[in-house]
Ligand binder design. Structure first.
Ligand SMILES: Nc1ncnc2c1ncn2[C@@H]1O[C@H](COP(=O)(O)OP(=O)(O)O)[C@@H](O)[C@H]1O
Ligand SMILES: [Mg+2]
Length: 340
């Protein structure tokens, strides 16, 4: 089902939490709401589900305004961060619950429960009590129960945040597989940029109750609309410079750009700067070497100014603090933002 939000604003306890949020999720698409804690992600999910009423704006499901529909008539299901399973019921009873509520025949809900248990790889656990299950298993039960409701739109509120890294990877794959199998329009709430980048058809980056950019993972990372968006994905050093007649000039380099004249900040993403003995940029020395496991982060400083750059090299590190180095610039890893 296609979901569309038009200028949604929400106020809670007199405070504006969401400010004119607009978003369209295509039928069957998987999108992420990405943003720091407190930016309004859960509030937006609850507004979509009809649990919170917006002060302005509307929710459309397949082009039809859903504002008057109560939560249980919207076909939206939220998997909450704390899962909210029924502790006194067995795994199978939890999964069957939404089907029983809608009056499904016993034969149907038993069959579907068996099928869903298989889908989430929990065969044999049907009679277990919820309190006898591990965190990762409970996530699977919650997911199966959500699917049992046969939702038009699946809303996942940070479902993996409490799991350790291995389990999180497994759950991400499982969610992606189920989402594709069932072709359910899905919104994943996360504060994990890697998770959003790797799983989504599109990402809506949220900050302070607003969407700063809604785009494909590649576009939002490679062509961030602002430095704030770029910084969210990768905090990187920047240099100020000037564009005149299609040439950007800064302290360390100049190169051709397709930008109007003005003052710009050049954000130097990882890979923008590299150490190269034949590199054109001189007068930098190694001021710090930090071992990070997968690589070394090398901080470089210019002798005559305060300019500080970063580069990353793989093991072994042949440099020492204090070494003078020449560096090169990979322009494709530079993002320019107007300072005007
Ligand atoms: N019922 C409420 N009354 C007042 N403020 C609230 C209420 N619920 C959430 N908030 C505030 O709204 C903001 C967004 O909350 P939330 O949507 O939970 O953010 P997120 O899910 O992105 O962490 C936070 O500042 C939070 O304190
Ligand atoms: Mg939240």
């Amino acid at each position: 089902m296609e979901l569309s939000l038009k200028n949604i604003s929400v106020a809670l306890s007199g405070e504006e939490i969401l400010d004119s949020v607009s978003l369209t999720v295509d039928d069957g698409a998987f999108i992420s709401l990405l943003g720091a804690s407190g930016c309004g992600k859960s509030t937006l999910l609850k507004t979509i589900a009809g649990i919170i009423a917006p002060s302005k704006g509307s929710v459309f499901l397949n082009g039809v305004c859903a504002d008057h529909l109560p939560p249980h008539k919207r076909g939206t299901v939220i998997v909450f961060q704390d899962l909210r399973l029924f502790p006194h019921m067995t795994v199978a009873e939890n999964i069957a619950f939404p089907m029983k509520m809608r009056g499904a025949a016993r034969e149907e809900y038993v069959r579907t429960t068996t099928e869903l248990l298989e889908k989430v790889q929990l065969q044999g656990f049907e009679r277990r009590r919820v309190r006898e299950m591990s965190g990762g298993q409970l996530q699977r039960v919650a997911l199966a129960r959500a699917l049992a409701a046969n939702p038009n739109v699946l809303l996942l509120d940070e479902p993996f945040s409490s799991l350790d890294e291995n389990l999180r990877q497994d759950m991400r794959q499982l969610v992606q597989r189920l989402q594709k199998d069932y072709k359910i329009t899905t919104i994943l709430v996360t504060h994990d940029r890697q998770e959003a980048l790797s799983m989504s058809d599109k990402i809506a980056l949220m900050m302070d109750g607003r969407i700063l950019q809604y785009d494909t993972p590649e576009n939002i990372y490679d062509t961030s609309v602002s430095r704030t968006v770029a910084d969210f994905f990768e905090s990187a050093p920047y240099i100020e410079g000037v564009v005149r007649d299609g040439i950007f000039k800064c302290e360390i380099a100049e190169f051709v750009v397709d930008k109007p004249d003005g003052i710009y900040q050049a954000v130097l993403r990882s890979g923008a700067i590299y150490i190269d003995e034949k590199g054109p940029i001189r007068d930098f020395y190694v001021s710090e070497i930090q071992y990070r496991g997968e690589d070394y982060k090398i901080t470089l400083k210019e002798e005559s100014s305060n300019l500080q750059l970063e580069t990353y090299i793989s093991s072994p590190c042949q440099f020492n603090v204090g070494d003078m180095v020449c560096i090169g610039l990979n322009v494709s890893r530079v993002l320019l933002f107007s300072s005007n």
